[in-house]
Design a protein around this ligand. Structure first.
Ligand SMILES: NC(=O)c1ccc[n+]([C@@H]2O[C@H](COP(=O)([O-])OP(=O)(O)OC[C@H]3O[C@@H](n4cnc5c(N)ncnc54)[C@H](O)[C@@H]3O)[C@@H](O)[C@H]2O)c1
Length: 418
């Protein structure tokens, strides 16, 4: 259903969004604090239309239901607003200069200032869709306190410059972060744009993290491709042939496999191959050594899980269930669970290790702290003594009476919904 929509912040993203919403039949009012942006003539000539080929500016003629108005007037008329102001990083963090040692959050000055203005001038409770990119935790910490009484949806867009209109109208998915259910007009506008695309509704923090991780996943893919190219050059391989292999691996590499909760990567091939390639990369002078970084991150993750296990155990005896690198095997080579046992022992902890289901033995009578190193069915369904703690990085152990089950990384709001 057509809505009256305010688009606030008409920059590189906001102006094409405003034009696209109008092309999809909504009545759109645009506002930017910079008057130069309050005109379709400010559209980049590089932005293409919904068809992905003709210029978006060509479609933005006078018949389009798009007007520009001061913020106060806009707020009187609209059913909802989308906010697309900048959330910039300092120039040192843009990636055009050598990486500094320091790190910083984005600047939220423009976002907080515009939300204060909206809250001040809105004549009634507003539905506000925030499309600006923010770090996880920002909406709850910085946005909600400014807009009490207004309904916030965090709805970042996954679009590329040049194809904003086409990407908006054919998204991979529609993502909305909210408390409870999304504000109805914002939801209906976004669902209308997305057509048959899956609609993913979640808490603010998960949506914020998903937006950031989407981009960094792409960075990781590009960086692996770059590393292949550099190594191919150095060792006399053909980078294009290597890419051909990876691009054909649509089950394990390009599909959703491995994107889920669990232990660190493991097995007789993966850690060993990373470590061997890091040696080769050092030999050919790859100063960044991506493979060492991958191994260090894996090790740090397993160490963090071990620390969490000890914390949550609260002094109970530690029992590690499963040392094979995956279910259905007894192979321990490269196992992250074995790495955890090693790390705990090196840290002076006593830990009882139960390698496989056959080693479970009789039930313990006293409460203990269990870590699911390998999610074999017998471990997941184990009858843990009352008063025990179970730490499950795989999200396989169900809640049960008198046992504290911690599925690592399961959000507090997800826990509350159970
Ligand atoms: N450009 C992209 O490809 C892209 C893609 C996805 C997400 N994003 C995110 O969208 C947001 C906007 O990005 P952009 O590239 O369009 O930024 P931009 O700097 O091009 O545009 C921001 C606009 O907001 C306006 N603005 C600032 N404060 C305002 C206020 N108080 N009231 C009204 N207008 C105000 C500015 O004048 C500017 O025109 C950022 O958070 C960015 O990370 C951008």
């Amino acid at each position: 259903m057509a809505a009256t929509i305010g688009v606030i912040g008409l920059g590189k993203l906001g102006l094409p969004v405003a034009v696209t919403l109008a092309m999809r039949g909504h009545k759109v009012l645009g506002y930017d604090k910079n008057p130069d942006r309050m005109s379709v003539s400010a559209l980049s000539p590089h932005e293409r239309g919904i068809d992905g080929s003709t210029a978006l500016a060509d479609a933005a003629d006078a018949s389009l239901p798009l007007r520009f108005a001061p913020l106060k007037d806009l707020l009187v008329e609209v059913d909802c607003v989308f906010v697309l102001v900048e959330t910039p990083h300092q120039p040192a963090y843009e990636g055009t200069t050598p990486l500094p040692e320091s790190r910083a959050d984005f600047s939220y000055d423009a976002l907080t200032s515009v939300l204060v203005d909206i809250a001040r001038h809105a004549p009634r409770p507003m539905e506000i869709g925030v499309m600006s990119t923010v770090l996880p935790g920002t909406v709850r910490a910085r946005v909600l306190p400014l807009v009490g009484g207004h309904d916030i949806v965090y709805c970042p867009q996954f679009v590329a410059m040049g194809t904003v209109a086409a990407d908006l109208c054919a998204p991979e998915f529609t993502l909305m972060g909210c408390e409870g259910t999304p504000a109805p007009t914002v939801e209906s506008v976004l669902r209308g744009l997305g057509g048959a695309a899956p609609v993913l509704v979640m808490d603010y923090e998960s949506a914020e993290l998903a937006k950031m991780v989407y981009n960094t996943y792409i960075s990781a893919k590009v960086t692996i491709a770059n590393t292949v190219q550099r190594m191919a050059h150095e060792v006399g391989a053909d980078a294009a042939a290597v890419y051909q292999v990876i691009a054909a691996a649509d089950r394990r590499i390009l599909g959703p496999a491995y994107v889920g909760p669990g232990m660190g990567d493991g097995g007789p091939c993966h850690p060993r191959d990373n470590i061997a390639l890091s040696w080769l990369a050092r030999g050919v002078g790859d100063g960044s050594d991506l493979f060492t970084a991958v191994m260090r991150s894996r090790q740090a993750y397993v160490e963090w899980l071990g620390d969490l296990f000890v914390d949550l155990a609260g002094g109970r005896p530690l029992v590690l269930l499963g040392t094979a690198f995956k279910p259905g095997t007894d192979i321990e080579a490269g196992s992250s669970s074995v790495l955890m046992a090693t790390q705990l022992r090196l840290a002076g902890r006593q830990v009882r290790v139960v390698p496989g289901p056959a080693d479970l033995g009789p039930l313990e009578a006293e409460p203990a702290a269990y870590f699911i190193g390998n999610p074999e069915k017998e471990f997941v369904d184990h009858d843990f003594p009352p008063g025990s703690v179970v730490v499950d990085p795989w999200h396989r152990v169900a809640d049960r009476p008198d046992v504290a089950v911690h599925r690592v990384g399961e959000g507090p709001r997800q826990v509350a919904r159970r």
